[in-house]
Design a binder for this molecule. Structure first.
Ligand code: PLP
Length: 414
């Protein structure tokens, strides 16, 4: 099996790239430049092998069988919950709910935590820079409960106007939400400050950590929020994996959302009793192999050191921003003081989708579109942007190749 690049004393990106087989392939005959990491990350061999070896050697359902394979699968799967709890510094593994992703996590909070508490006139507060997964679930439950969804504004630089957010934390707000890092702008929001103010007012805070966990150390206790949701496939893990961390007292008070196997204590036609959290919220057979892959993903991050990952990515972000700023007619959308390596931009005279299609022919994978953030596009008055999103396995040379390709395809569209 491939050894992660743990022994590297410096950030040896070439050594790290060797752990990601897909990065070696070509696309349309050109070396791949994969800059669509905010969409989904590539997977190291250790993650691929963990999934394969589960199926090859240990496959069985979890928590149901007393046979050896069942025990092996359950031990491996539950071990990932421990790793996840440590990774985000959760006070207890029982506060870590395994979900299919951020979307399932926010929907769980919407239906199990928010909806039972809503009355007419209540509100849910989110922001203008959210992914639809941190907007639409709130709208769905608000409609049912006679409540409204309010959005705190951002400024032209793509920063949350924090004073406005705090001013909107009025007594009728039953849940406040904010993304830790914007998937379009890269903006890092001041979650600690927001959490402190929410606590003063007795308003629970949900943080969407989908774009933060892949890039920076996350400590849910230090952040001080109530709920923290993230998705595995953006942090080297397989698709269909995710986490909702929630404070114990909230989980104890929340009714189950999905019913079925695994989440019960006893089922009777005159009344069913439920398992304790986390299992109360995990009905049915989970993505066992996917989570075993997620455990390997965490090991991989830890072998590199998340601080080292962050430092390298910040260098890449600074370099890519500088190179793009030199291109006449290029406008970067999102110039926050603190960012993760996500750069949205527009190029005068060219449609984002045309550019992305032509860039693909040059081997460069970037995303174009609204990035599941319609309200943000409405704020900037654009239908779409082009987004280059970087990961720690990217290089300065790839940024150079991307800029060369961008200048070439722009000529074709002029
Ligand atoms: N929130 C943010 C900020 C995201 O970037 C994404 C994915 O793009 C999501 C939520 C949704 O994640 P998933 O589709 O894995 O549930």
């Amino acid at each position: 099996m491939n050894t992660p690049a743990s022994t590297a004393t410096v950030f040896d990106v070439e050594r790290i790239r060797a752990d990601f087989p897909l990065l070696a392939r070509t696309v349309h005959g050109k070396p791949l430049v994969y800059f669509d990491n905010a969409n989904t990350s590539q997977k190291p061999v250790s993650v691929i092998e963990a999934v394969a070896s589960h199926y090859r050697l240990h496959n069985a359902n979890v928590s149901r069988a007393v046979h050896q394979l069942g025990e092996e699968a359950t031990t491996a799967y539950e071990g990932v919950r421990d790793k996840l709890a440590a990774f985000i510094n959760a006070p207890s593994r029982n506060e870590v709910i395994l979900t299919s992703g951020t979307t399932q996590a926010t929907n769980l909070v919407a239906y199990s935590f928010v909806l039972p508490r809503l009355k007419a006139g209540d509100a849910i507060l989110t922001t203008a820079m959210e992914h639809h997964a941190n907007i639409v679930p709130w709208q769905l439950v608000a409609q049912r409960g006679g409540a409204t969804v309010k959005a705190a504004p951002i400024d032209e630089r793509g920063e949350l106007i924090v004073e406005r957010y705090l001013a909107m934390l009025t007594p009728e707000v039953k849940l406040a939400c904010v993304t830790h890092v914007s998937n379009v702008l890269g903006t890092v929001n001041p979650v600690r400050e927001i959490a402190r103010e929410c606590r003063k007012r007795g308003i629970p805070l949900l943080v969407d950590g989908s774009q933060a966990v892949p890039h920076r150390a996350v400590d849910v206790q230090a952040l001080g929020c109530d709920f923290y949701a993230f998705t595995g496939h953006k942090m080297l893990a397989p698709t269909g994996t995710g986490v909702l961390w929630a404070r114990r007292e909230h989980l104890a008070a929340m009714p189950p959302f999905f019913g079925g196997g695994e989440m019960i204590r006893e089922v009777r036609f005159d009344g069913t009793t439920f398992a304790e959290p986390p299992h109360k919220f995990e009905a049915g057979t989970p993505n066992i192999a996917g989570f075993i892959g997620m455990g390997a993903a965490i090991d991989y991050y830890q072998s590199l050191g998340i601080e080292a990952v962050h430092a390298w990515e910040q260098q890449l972000l600074a370099y890519a921003t500088e190179r793009l700023r030199d291109i006449p007619g290029l406008r970067i959308i999102g110039e926050a003081a603190e960012k993760e390596p996500v750069i949205s931009f527009l190029l005068d005279g060219a449609q984002a989708t045309d550019l992305a299609t032509l860039l693909d022919l040059e081997g460069v994978a970037v995303r174009s579109g609204h990035h599941c953030a319609h309200p943000l596009m409405q704020f900037f008055g654009v239908p779409s942007t082009l987004r280059a999103s970087l990961a720690f396995y990217n290089t300065r040379e790839e940024i150079d190749a991307f800029v060369v390709a961008l200048l070439k395809v722009r000529k074709l569209l002029m």
